[in-house]
Design a protein around this ligand. Sequence first.
Ligand SMILES: Nc1ncnc2c1ncn2[C@@H]1O[C@H](COP(=O)(O)OP(=O)(O)OP(=O)(O)O)[C@@H](O)[C@H]1O
Length: 319
Amino acid sequence: MAFRSISEHRLTDRSGPLIELTRATKVYGGRPVLREVSLMVESGTALALIGRNGSGKSTLLSILAGLTQLTSGTIQRSKDTISIGYAPEAFPGLKFSAEQYLRSMGRIGGMPEAGLKERITALLEAFHLEQFRTYPMTSFSKGMLQKVNLIQSLLPKPELLLLDEPMSGLDLPAQHTLIELLQELKQGGTAMVFSVHEPLCVETLADGVHVLQAGQTVIKVSETASLQDKPSTYIMCTAIASPQKSALGEMPGLLSIEAVRDEYGMECSGLTVEREWTDQCLRYVLDAGGSVISVERRRGLSGLMQWMDPKTVQEEQPL
Ligand SMILES: Nc1ncnc2c1ncn2[C@@H]1O[C@H](COP(=O)(O)OP(=O)(O)OP(=O)(O)O)[C@@H](O)[C@H]1O
């Protein structure tokens, strides 16, 4: 079931969001390619964007990077300027050598000359590109170009890292190198949003998952660790008043609670609860004066695999 999310409330709030999108809509030539998408990312956390080809992932990343303007909705950053690393999906093979290109990107990013050379060398070595550092990128394979693309985004150790299908074209050792680098950056406080078709990235890195279909959010998981392979139930009910909502937040088995709208635009609450706590949760909603609108089975993280399995990945139908 598609729903329109108006905000997301984490049960365990850490700090405030580094960046937050509210009801982000993007229209190209009269055609909406993103519709009322809301999400937020906190420092030191990773959000995976999943969805079939054409579902709007690249558009969303480009909006977060500040390269694409919203048609409506808002984007809020925790401060005026946050340092952003962005690896787009398409990366051209330029005439420069990898080293020349990376040095230019580092300088443009304001990196001091002293540390820049060392950082480039360390990243080229990590991705086994060191011996090709002086070669023109026109001679590079797809995977080698993707490595340079990723390295340029990782150079300044950004506060926010945006990666569009980072695993694309990488061989297995490079995939593992990338995961290790990203885990390190995340531990150091970098927030990241990436689009992926590979479960490995989600399992090893993501704290949350956002599934897009035809530009709309269809599934939002805010704590992947707690959902991992645990079946859950999604309960949509009439909006619950704040005091009862706080008490509900203490209920064992509750994984997330969010404000959503039903198909008529009415404000509702969406609760994700571990399967075995479904009855208790329904009882609580009714006792709190709420009314149950719908109850859905959710299949845990493994249920998200259908959106990542290449065998089932199809083009999105035109809206
Ligand atoms: N500059 C543009 N002008 C017109 N339409 C665009 C533009 N950019 C993207 N679109 C359209 O927006 C829709 C979403 O595209 P987007 O690239 O964001 O999807 P995606 O989920 O990243 O797809 P993929 O997995 O294939 O990379 C597509 O229908 C695409 O044709």
